[in-house]
Design a protein around this ligand. Structure first.
Ligand code: FAD
Length: 526
C-alpha cells in the first residue's frame, strides 16, 4: 500500500472565502479557460473537481446555491458496505460500495467516518427475520474482508444475548426479546461536511470553487457555458475544454438525454433517548421486504435520525423537499414494533427529505423505486460528460470514471487524505465533537474562541454546535449566508426549534459579514 498524502492543517490554498470566490469568478469571466468545468457542488461534483485537480488539470466548479445544496445533505450519512445491493442481486454495486468504504474509512477520510453497530432485534415469534438478517450480515462480513477492511475497525457479525442487545439499544421492547443480530457498518459525522472537506481539498490542489453561480445553458461544441452570478445578477460566459454535468437530480435540465426516476427519502429527527439507541443503530426489518430496514441513526448532541422511505415522487423542489406526514407516520410505526415505549410524531424534533437521482433504465416496470439499481451513470456526448445516480459512498469511484474519460494521467484520489485527515494530538483540550467534525483542524477551530469566549458557547441552548464553527465557516469554508452556516456547515437547522435562535446568534456573531439575516419568524432574507 502506498502512503496517504496528507495536507497540513489549514493549508492556505484550501481556504475558501467570499473574497477568493470573487477573484476566481473575475478570472473566469475575463475569458480564462479551464480544462474541466464541473457544474454542481454536491458530493459528485466536488469529487470530480478533486480527482481532476489532482491529475494536474485546471478545474473550476460552479454551484447554483451553496455547497451541498441538494441531495448530498439529505442522506442517511452512512458509508455503507453494500449489503443491501447483495440482497437485491447486484454484486457489482455491492463490491464497489465495500471497496469504497474501505478506501474512505481507512485512507481518505478516517476523521469523518466511524463504525456503527447495526442491531436487528430477535423477538420470539419472528425469529426467522433476525436469522435471515444475520445471514446477510455475515455475507456483508465476507465483502468487508475481501475489500480489506480489518475486523479491528468493523467487527464480525454475530448473534448477541438479550443483555448485550439491551446495552447496545436500551430502548428495545423487553417482551419476547431473544437477543439480536449485530453487524457493523460505517457512519459519516455528516454528509454536508464531507462535501465541504472534498471541496476544500480540491481547492488545495488548485480547483476554483464558485458557489452561487447558476448555469443557464451549455454549448458543449463551443466549450461554452452561460451562467449567472446569483449574488449580483451578472451573466458570464465560462470556457472549458470539457464540461461535467454533476447536477444530480437536476441532470436532465442540462442534458435532455438523461432520464431519471426520482425517489423521495424521508428521515425523522428524534431525541436519541426516546428511540432506544445507545451505542448502536436500532435496525428494524420492514415487513414484507428483504433487505429493507427502518434505522435509528444516533448522531452527536443526543439526536438520532430515523429513516427511511423510498417512494416515487413528482416533487420539483429538489433542494429541500417537504417530508410527507405519511412518511413520518410509516417510519415511526415500524420503529415502534421494536420499542418498549412507543414514540409519536409529536416527539419529533424535526424531519427532512431528499430526492435520489436514480438512473432510469426503462426496464423497471412496476418495481418500486427501492428496487431500482443504485449504479451510477457516466455518459459522454461531445465535450459534455454527465455523471449521476450512484451514492455518497461511491463518489470517489464515480469521479475516477469521469476523469478517466478526460485524461490518461492515473487517478490519485485513493492516496490523498481530505483536509483534516492526518494525525491529531488528542491531549489538546478540544470538545470531542470538534475532533469528529474537523479532524486535525479542530484545535484551530476551537482557538477562534480564545479571544472571543462567546464563540465557545453553543449556537442554541443544548446544541452541540459552537459559535467557533460559524466563524470557521466564514473564514475557511465559503459560508456566505446565515443559511449556509445553520443548514450546511453545521446541521443545527435540522432541529426545528433550535434553528431560529441559532440563525439570530449566527447573524449577531457575523456582524454584517453574511449576506442575509433572520426575520422575526426566523425566515432568512437576503
Ligand atoms: C434519503 C436519502 C438517503 C441516502 N442515504 C445515503 C447513504 O446513507 N449513503 C450513501 O452512500 N448514499 C445515500 N444516498 C444517496 C446520495 O445522497 C446521493 O447519491 C448523492 O448525494 C447525490 O449527490 P450529487 O452530487 O450527485 O447530487 P446533489 O447533491 O443533488 O448535487 C447536485 C448539485 O447541482 C446543483 N445544480 C443543479 N443545477 C445547477 C445549475 N444549473 N447550475 C449550477 N449548479 C446546479 C444543485 O444545487 C446541487 O447542489 C441517499 C439519498 C437519499 C435521497
Amino acid at each position: 500500500m502506498t502512503t496517504v498524502l496528507q495536507l497540513p492543517p489549514l493549508d492556505p490554498a484550501s481556504l475558501l472565502s467570499g473574497a477568493r470566490r470573487e477573484r476566481d469568478l473575475a478570472h473566469l469571466a475575463a475569458g480564462g479557460s479551464t480544462d474541466v468545468l464541473v457544474i454542481g457542488g454536491g458530493i459528485t461534483g466536488v469529487g470530480v473537481a478533486l480527482d481532476a485537480a489532482t491529475r494536474g488539470l485546471s478545474v473550476a466548479l460552479v454551484e447554483q446555491d451553496d455547497l451541498a445544496n441538494g441531495t448530498s445533505r439529505w442522506s442517511s450519512k452512512l458509508v455503507h458496505g453494500g449489503l443491501r445491493y447483495l440482497a437485491k442481486g447486484s454484486p457489482g454495486v455491492a463490491w464497489e460500495s465495500a471497496f469504497e468504504r474501505a478506501v474512505l474509512a481507512q485512507r481518505v477520510a478516517p476523521h469523518l467516518i466511524h463504525p456503527l453497530a447495526q442491531v436487528v432485534p430477535d423477538f420470539a415469534g419472528n425469529r426467522g427475520t433476525a436469522r435471515l438478517a444475520l445471514v446477510g450480515q455475515r455475507a456483508g462480513d465476507a465483502l468487508r474482508r475481501a475489500a480489506g477492511t480489518p475486523s479491528s475497525l468493523l467487527p464480525h457479525a454475530r448473534h448477541v444475548d438479550p443483555d448485550l442487545a439491551l446495552r447496545l439499544v436500551p430502548g428495545l421492547r423487553h417482551e419476547g426479546l431473544m437477543g439480536a443480530s449485530v453487524g457493523w457498518d460505517c457512519q459519516l459525522v455528516d454528509d454536508a461536511r464531507l462535501v465541504v472537506a472534498v471541496a476544500r481539498t480540491a481547492a488545495a490542489y488548485g480547483a476554483r470553487i464558485l458557489t452561487r453561480v447558476q448555469v443557464l445553458e451549455v454549448d458543449p461544441a463551443a466549450g461554452e457555458v452561460q451562467a449567472v452570478d446569483t449574488m449580483t445578477g451578472t451573466t458570464v460566459t465560462l470556457r472549458a475544454t470539457t464540461v461535467v454535468n454533476a447536477t444530480g437530480v437536476w441532470a436532465h435540465e442540462l442534458d435532455e438525454s438523461i432520464s431519471l426516476h426520482p425517489s423521495l427519502g424521508t428521515h425523522v429527527v428524534m431525541p436519541t433517548a426516546l428511540v432506544g439507541a445507545g451505542h448502536g443503530s436500532l435496525t428494524v426489518p420492514v415487513p414484507g421486504t428483504i433487505g429493507r430496514f427502518v434505522l435509528s441513526l444516533p448522531q452527536t448532541g443526543g439526536i438520532s435520525y430515523v429513516g427511511l422511505t423510498d417512494n416515487e415522487t413528482d416533487t420539483t423542489d429538489f433542494a429541500s423537499p417537504q417530508p410527507p406526514a405519511a412518511d413520518v407516520d410509516w417510519i415511526l410505526e415500524i420503529l415502534n414494533t421494536a420499542l418498549e415505549i412507543p414514540v409519536t410524531p409529536a416527539d419529533a424534533l424535526g424531519s427532512f427529505a431528499g430526492v435520489r437521482p436514480l438512473v432510469s433504465t426503462g426496464d423497471h416496470g412496476s418495481a418500486s423505486s427501492a428496487d431500482i439499481s443504485r449504479k451510477h451513470l457516466v455518459q459522454r456526448t461531445d465535450q459534455l460528460i454527465t455523471v449521476t445516480g450512484g451514492k455518497l459512498t461511491t463518489y470517489r469511484r464515480m469521479a475516477q470514471d469521469v476523469v478517466d474519460l478526460i485524461t490518461d494521467a492515473p487517478c490519485r484520489t485513493k492516496d490523498i487524505g481530505l483536509i483534516g485527515a492526518g494525525p491529531v494530538d488528542e491531549r489538546l483540550d478540544v470538545p470531542e465533537v470538534l475532533w469528529r467534525r474537523y479532524g486535525n483542524e479542530a484545535p484551530i477551530v476551537w482557538d477562534l474562541g480564545e479571544l472571543r469566549p462567546e464563540l465557545r458557547e453553543p449556537l442554541a441552548p443544548g446544541s452541540s454546535h459552537f459559535g467557533v464553527e460559524a466563524e470557521f465557516g466564514l473564514a475557511a469554508e465559503l459560508a456566505l449566508t446565515v443559511g449556509d452556516v445553520v443548514d450546511r456547515r453545521t446541521r443545527i437547522g435540522l432541529v426545528a426549534e433550535a434553528r431560529t435562535p441559532a440563525a439570530l446568534r449566527v447573524a449577531g456573531l457575523a456582524a454584517g459579514r453574511l449576506t442575509d439575516s433572520p426575520g422575526v419568524d426566523g425566515a432568512l432574507v437576503g
